[in-house]
Write a protein that binds this ligand. Sequence first.
Ligand code: ATP
Length: 330
Amino acid sequence: MKRQNSANATTTSPSKYFSNTSNQFSEILKQITQNSNNKPIRKACSPNSNNQMQKRVKTQITSISRNPNQNIHNKNFNSSVPKNKLEYYQVLEQIGSGKFGKVYKCLLNQTKKLYAIKMIDKLYLKKNQMLHQLHREVAIQQMLKHQNIIQLVEFFETTNNYCLVLEYATGGTLFQSLMKQNNRRYSEPAASNIIKQVACAIQQMQQQSIIHRDLKPENILWCNGQIKISDFGWSVQDKKERDTLCGTIDYLSPEMVFGQQYDNSIDLWSLGVLTFELTTGRTPFQVQEGFTLQFPDYLSGDVKDLMKGLLTDKKNRKSIEWVLNHVWLS
Ligand SMILES: Nc1ncnc2c1ncn2[C@@H]1O[C@H](COP(=O)(O)OP(=O)(O)OP(=O)(O)O)[C@@H](O)[C@H]1O
């Protein structure tokens, strides 16, 4: 099952930000599929797959480096990982699963406080040569301390797994809650409240030169009514521009799709896509159609203005400060 389009959405006349890109876009995606042993596009189910409403197959692109020397294995990583601390925790039920392992609820014996523990299969990680990616995820999450970002509490290894102990988000993913809304969309005030918190997290990441690279409802969690960004598996900390293709198709920025250099403004593109999905129940761009932006009639002028500022080419895309001062978020 692909991301659903809202069948009854009425549209106003299209605003074309990127003309003549449709064929180019599908051609590029075709090439992406063919160029890496037919494996770069991976289909995965969101957690909770027994609930039809919450089951969405997401088409995720595994990292494709255009620079073959970029995926250098970090030799120091193994020796620096703290040893097993699992005995301090009581591991409870599974609450999610991801690329390389499973996420469980757990209890710290001493304080009886709940956490989430992400257990990543060492063998599977090694087989897929993704140790460097875990290294980056851990290093970046250790740096980030913000109310709208899931806190990494502890990191250690057991015989078979790497374990990330994380602040426990009580309310599930934003994707799960979006699917429960009428017409699978939020009212504008509710969406504005969510987008503001995501924008605050992006501002913090930008201050620390971090690009998340996979912002979407599945990677945003609810914790006691507050929004928290999670899953830093694709994130990087860098001031220089990059060209690795990664992320989830519906959320990919044009500069990433077209193999151009990109910077932290790709997270702002994703924020635009997220705003569209939360307020309309569908994503703005479909793979086959390229980047033609059309708004349903029911959207306010303010939210359209915000999205126009974000869902545009990199050089005209607005800054995070512009977003945070925007009237739709006030
Ligand atoms: N801190 C947390 N609190 C509560 N639930 C969590 C937490 N972290 C992860 N989860 C649950 O586990 C799922 C998978 O976690 P996560 O996305 O971090 O794994 P991943 O391997 O990086 O996934 P993916 O394959 O989607 O990139 C999430 O969708 C969520 O349902």
